[in-house]
Write a protein that binds this ligand. Structure first.
Ligand code: PEP
Ligand code: MN
Length: 366
């Protein structure tokens, strides 16, 4: 199902301001006026950042950690704007935050991962923004639920927010290593397919969780055509009051951004384009053979189903299933095909084969 978000103004105006990637940067949290001003001035001097970020209300997983300065820090963000000309963005998590942000003339707002999970909060924030023309960026929810992410975007769309964007910050996983959150890039592709008008920024800081991985995650985001980056930068990262391990200095941010390889979606080189098209043609041929093979497999499954029906045999037999998987995995290893790919593929193929036989037996038993 595609989303109900239709052609909107979106954030493209902001994103198209520069040739290089659109970058939002700044500390995880605003800690003091001197801190935000010092970071903002460094970022401004390097001239690669368009929007200054700082969290003012911090949704911390556990109580007792630094929970942000609150409204007072919105005045500091305004000072950043006055002194550097950078636009500003902060996180809101309820209607009262929205009221404060609007009163203090902040340019954009983002919705954090711990808020996107809750449709009640999203609806409350959306209602507080009805009729207001401010860009809203929605982070993915903590866990890999695309529906909640799209649902939040739809709620803002419905109240008339025309400049909407998404931020991919990775997903909670029991096994995210080496990162803090699992990137699950596939979910950003799905979001693109369902809501093509929504630009998607990547937040390498919260995906990586450690400063040494920020560069790699940022490059991957560019390689797969994200529309921009949101990166946490701090003047003294080790002493940061939140997310210390993942923050980097404005200098490191500058060197990461300088080193990024930016790719284009189309090819300028005619020779390369010819080669690419020829290979794609071959792939199309293989894929159509692949689908014909699946069709042949389907006919065989029908025959098997007939025999099982006649002789009152169960559809699923554990030993046979183990044997299929072992044998396919071994072949994958022998040929150098990714074993997890083959496992996932045959899980799907097997699921449909079993369903096909269930349908066949149901029909016959009627
Ligand atoms: C943040 O950007 O500092 C933040 C709290 O992020 P998230 O909501 O992605 O955890
Ligand atoms: Mn943070």
């Amino acid at each position: 199902m595609s989303s109900a978000i239709h052609k909107r103004e979106t954030l493209q105006g902001w994103i198209d301001q520069t040739d290089s990637p659109f970058v939002i940067a700044g500390p995880c949290s605003a800690e003091s006026e001197a801190q935000v001003l010092s970071i903002a001035k460094s970022l401004k001097a390097d001239n690669k950042v368009s929007v200054f970020r700082a969290g003012v209300w911090k949704p911390r997983t556990r109580p007792g950690s630094f929970e942000g300065i609150g409204s007072e820090a919105l005045g500091w963000l305004n000072e950043v704007k006055k002194q550097t000309g950078l636009s500003t963005i902060t996180e809101v998590a309820n209607a009262a935050h929205v009221e404060e942000v609007l009163k203090n003339d902040i340019d954009m707002l983002w919705i954090g991962a711990r808020t996107t999970v809750n449709p009640f909060y999203i609806q409350e924030i959306a209602e507080a923004l009805r009729g207001v023309n401010i860009p809203v960026l929605v982070k993915n929810p903590l866990h890999a639920d695309l529906g909640l992410w799209i649902g939040a975007l739809e709620r803002f769309d419905k109240v008339g927010i025309s400049q909407l964007g998404a931020i991919h910050r990775g997903f909670f996983s029991n096994n995210p290593a080496p990162f803090r959150n699992e990137p699950r890039w596939d979910l950003s592709f799905e979001l693109r397919a369902k809501a093509p008008e929504i630009p998607i920024l990547c937040d390498p800081s919260h995906i990586a969780g450690k400063r040494e991985w920020i560069k790699e995650v940022s490059q991957t985001a560019m390689d797969i055509n994200f529309d921009g980056l949101m990166i946490e930068a701090h003047n003294n990262p080790d002493r940061a009051l939140s997310d210390a391990e993942q923050q980097i200095t404005p200098e490191s941010l500058n060197s990461i951004l300088e080193g990024l390889i930016i790719r284009t979606e189309s090819l300028d080189n005619v020779e390369s384009e010819k080669k690419l098209n020829a290979i794609r043609h071959e792939i199309d041929g293989l894929d159509s053979k692949f689908i014909s093979l699946l069709n042949g497999r389907k006919e065989l499954i029908n025959k098997i189903g007939e025999i099982k029906f006649e002789d009152d045999m169960t559809i699923f037999q554990m030993q046979r299933w183990f044997e299929i998987m072992r044998n396919r995995e071994n072949l994958a290893e022998e040929l150098g095909v990714n074993k997890s790919l083959v496992q996932e593929l045959f899980n799907v193929i097997h699921k449909y084969s079993v369903n096909q036989q269930i349908d066949l037996l149901k029909k016959k038993q009627r």
